[in-house]
Design a protein around this ligand. Sequence first.
Ligand SMILES: N[C@@H](CSCCS(N)(=O)=O)C(=O)O
Ligand SMILES: [Mn+2]
Ligand SMILES: [Mn+2]
Ligand SMILES: [Mn+2]
Length: 306
Amino acid sequence: FLPQPLTAAIVGCPFSGGQRRTGVDQGPIRLVEAGLVEQLKGLGWNVVFDGHHQFEEYNNLDDAPIGIMKNPRTVSQVNRSVAGVVMNHAKNGMLPVTLGGDHSLAMGTISGSLAVHPDACVIWIDAHADINTIETTDSGNMHGMPLSFLLGIGDKIQEFDWIKPVLKPERLVYIGLRDLDAGEKRLLREHNIKAFSMHEVDKYGIGKVVEMALDYVNPKRDLPIHLSFDVDALDPSVAPSTGTPVRGGLTFREGHYICEAIHETGLLVSLDLMEVNPSLAEAADADKTVAVGCSLVRAALGETLL
Ligand SMILES: N[C@@H](CSCCS(N)(=O)=O)C(=O)O
Ligand SMILES: [Mn+2]
Ligand SMILES: [Mn+2]
Ligand SMILES: [Mn+2]
């Protein structure tokens, strides 16, 4: 799906409006400062990076909650902008590498990817399902909601009418789940959405889990892949500096295996690396989380151990 030579377009999205902890907007800045652009060039990629996207034009919106959803208009407008950016890079045959920022940004990245690759499957690596609707969310934090909009689940909300239900349930698969709200568990069952929780990772091992996940969403290995990686899928001992850490997560190797295996398919067309918040931990732990983030991106873009 991608022309040679391969070009990665870094989409730096310093955005934190989908949740309430300060600092996740610094994630993209720290990932680039850690040398990610040079590291990808070292792997042989052409890399386009035209600076972090500024979202200041949305700061002064009068953005009262809708239901209990916080910053709804800002989240919507930022994501509409991100969708256009990701779509344009994909249209130009590039691989968008979107650096968050909180996971509400997936409303934009997946809208953008699927506008160019409508048959793409989505592999969602996360401790959380991020599928709450306006009716099921307990927090009002929109980083816990992106997939409900992309799947067209829940009441239509006028401020989000630009998001089309482009993602079919059978094209979504989760790996790493271990912290779902009751409403999310119900939605996964009702919509028959495939999920490999940490229980399945323990039971089958990550190699088998990735194979089963791909067999489910991409049985003939002929569909483009959008990989959306939330660093909180990793165990907090591996990626401590993130907004909603949950114990019992993926090891460093399990996280990297997922990225390596997806690279090996040759089907990756878009990547999100989300929820790195360098302000939540001691400097050493923040640096460690940033370094792990860079390492996962390299693995997804072809870095191998041998
Ligand atoms: N389910 C909870 C937590 S959602 C955590 C969002 S993320 N993107 O995975 O960090 C909620 O809806 O607030
Ligand atoms: Mn750009
Ligand atoms: Mn997430
Ligand atoms: Mn998460």
